[in-house]
Design a protein around this ligand. Structure first.
Ligand code: GDP
Ligand code: MG
Length: 436
C-alpha cells in the first residue's frame, strides 16, 4: 500500500547526512511512483512531486532532524495542501436548510444520509430525511430502517415518481413540522448517464440547497475522480463525501479529487455503522497516508523549538571539529526543552546510534549532565586533555562510577568521530545543502 511504499522511498534518505540533489531526485521519483500506484492521477502526482522537490532542494537541514525526517515532513505538508489544507465545514443555512446528496448507485448515499442525519441531530437540530430514490422501492425501506435506528423521521411518497415534486413536498412538510434541516437522498445509477444527471440537476435547481454533496466510493480509484468531474460539471457541487475508507482503499481518490475538481472533501465514511463518520481533516489524512505521524510531529516540534542560532553555532564547531563538552551540555538542554527524550535522543548527531539500545526516560540524561558538570571548564572545552586521574576525580565529584565516566568518554569520542566523518563527506561532495 501507499504508506509502505512511501516508507521505502524515505528509507533511501535515512542514513544520509544531508538532502542532496541526487538523493532528492531518486526519492521524489519513488514517491511519484508510489502515488501513481495508489491511483493518484498522474498529472496530480507529477505536480505534487515537483513541488516536493523544489521544497526539499531549497531547504536547509536542521541539525535536529535527519534529511529523511525532514523529507517526510515536506511530503506531509504538500499532501495536506493538495487535499485542501484546512478542514472545510458543511454549510447548513436556510429555514429549513437543505442538503442534497448525489452520486452513483452503491456509492453509499443512503448510508451517509443516515449518518449525516444522526450527526446533525446530535447538534440538537431537528432533521428530516427524504427518500427521493424513485426507482428502487427497497431504497425507501432502507432509509426508513436507518431513520428508525437513529430516531429521525423519513419522508417518502410511494406513488410519486417525480423526485423534484417529492423534494419540494418534503421541504413543505419540514416547514410545517418544524424540521430545521432536510437531507435529500437521491437515486444513483451504476454509471454516469444523461437521465440521472438531468434529474439531479432539476432537483437542485428546484430546491436550491445550501449544500450539495457528491458521495463517492473511495475504492473505485481513478473512476472516483472521473465521476466527480462529470457530476461537478453538471451540478457544481459544494463538497465531497469519501466513503468506504475502511476498505483497502489506496488513498488515491482522497489525494486527486480535490486537485482535479477543486472542491473540498468534507466527510469520510469508514464503515456501515451509523457512527462511522468523520469530518475530513486534510492534515490527518496526509498523516494516515504517510503512516508516519510520529515523525511528522517530531519534526514539527523540533522546528518550533529548536534554537536555530544555537544550531548554527554548534554546527560551526562540528565543522571545525571543535565540538566539546560545553556544546554537548547545551545540546542536552535544547533537547530537554522539546520533551519526550526517547523520541528526541536520535537528534543529537551521532547520539542516536550510540544510544540505540538504551532505555531512555526523562531522567536518562541526569548522570551524563552530572558528569559533565563535574568537569573543570578546561576539561569541558578541551575533551582531549582527559586522563585517568581526571576521570577518577570527575567520577567522585559527580557521584557516578568510573565505569559511567569511561562510558560517556567513549560515547563522546564516537560522536566526534562520526562528526569528523560527516564533515569529510560533506567536503567531498559538492553543492550540498547540509546543515545551516
Ligand atoms: P447508495 O446506493 O449510494 O445509496 O449506497 P448505500 O448507502 O446503499 O451503500 C451501498 C453499500 O455500501 C451498502 O451495503 C452499505 O452498507 C455499504 N457502505 C456504505 N458506506 C460504507 C462505508 O463507509 N464502509 C463500508 N464498508 N461499507 C459502506
Ligand atoms: Mg441509496
Amino acid at each position: 500500500n501507499l504508506s509502505t511504499k512511501l516508507d521505502r522511498a524515505f528509507k533511501t534518505l535515512k542514513g544520509q547526512g544531508s538532502i542532496t540533489e541526487i538523493n532528492v531526485a531518486s526519492t521524489v521519483k519513488e514517491i511519484r511512483r508510489a502515488l501513481v500506484d495508489a491511483d493518484v492521477n498522474y498529472k496530480v502526482a507529477k505536480e505534487v512531486t515537483d513541488k516536493i522537490k523544489d521544497e526539499a532542494m531549497g531547504r536547509e537541514v536542521l541539525t535536529a532532524v535527519s534529511p529523511g525526517q525532514l523529507m517526510v515532513k515536506i511530503v506531509y505538508d504538500e499532501l495536506t495542501e493538495l487535499m485542501g489544507g484546512e478542514k472545510q465545514d458543511i454549510v447548513i443555512k436556510g429555514d429549513p436548510a437543505v442538503v442534497l446528496l448525489s452520486g452513483l448507485q452503491g456509492s453509499g448515499k443512503t448510508t451517509f444520509a443516515g449518518k449525516l442525519a444522526s450527526f446533525i441531530k446530535k447538534q440538537n437540530r431537528t432533521v428530516l430525511l427524504v427518500a427521493a430514490d424513485v426507482y428502487r422501492p427497497a431504497a425507501i425501506d432502507q432509509l426508513k430502517v436507518l431513520g428508525e435506528q437513529i430516531g429521525v423521521e423519513v419522508y417518502s411518497e410511494v406513488e410519486n415518481k417525480n423526485p423534484v415534486q417529492i423534494a419540494q413536498n418534503a421541504i413543505q412538510h419540514a416547514k410545517q413540522n418544524n424540521k430545521k434541516v432536510v437531507i435529500i437522498d437521491t437515486a444513483g445509477r451504476l454509471a454516469v448517464d444523461e437521465e440521472m444527471m438531468r434529474e439531479i440537476e432539476q432537483v437542485k435547481r428546484a430546491i436550491n440547497p445550501s449544500e450539495t454533496l457528491f458521495v463517492v466510493d473511495s475504492m473505485t480509484g481513478q473512476d472516483a475522480v472521473n465521476t466527480a468531474k462529470s457530476f461537478n460539471e453538471r451540478i457544481n457541487f459544494d463538497g465531497v463525501v469519501l466513503t468506504k475508507l475502511d476498505g483497502d482503499a489506496r488513498g488515491g481518490a482522497a489525494l486527486s479529487i480535490r486537485a482535479v475538481v477543486e472542491k473540498p472533501i468534507k466527510f469520510i465514511s469508514t464503515g456501515e455503522k451509523m457512527e462511522a463518520l468523520d469530518l475530513f481533516y486534510p492534515d490527518r489524512m496526509a498523516q494516515r497516508i504517510l503512516g508516519m505521524g510520529d515523525v511528522i510531529s517530531l519534526v514539527e516540534r523540533a522546528q518550533q523549538q529548536f534554537d536555530e542560532e544555537e544550531a548554527k553555532r554548534i554546527n560551526q564547531k562540528i565543522r571545525k571539529n571543535q565540538f566539546n563538552f560545553d556544546d554537548f551540555l547545551s545540546q542536552l538542554e535544547q533537547i530537554k526543552k522539546m520533551g519526550n527524550l526517547k523520541d528526541l535522543v536520535g537528534m543529537i548527531p551521532g547520539m542516536g546510534k550510540a544510544m540505540k539500545d538504551v532505555e531512555i526516560d526523562d531522567d536518562a540524561f541526569k548522570p551524563i549532565e552530572a558528569i559533565i558538570r563535574s568537569m573543570t571548564p578546561q576539561e569541558r572545552a578541551n575533551p582531549d586533555i582527559m586522563n585517568g586521574s581526571r576521570r577518577k576525580r570527575i567520577a567522585a565529584g559527580s557521584g557516578q562510577g568510573i565505569q559511567q565516566v569511561n562510558n560517556l568518554m567513549k560515547q563522546f569520542d564516537e560522536m566526534r568521530k562520526m562528526m569528523r566523518t560527516m564533515n569529510k563527506m560533506s567536503q567531498s561532495k559538492g553543492g550540498m545543502l547540509q546543515m545551516a
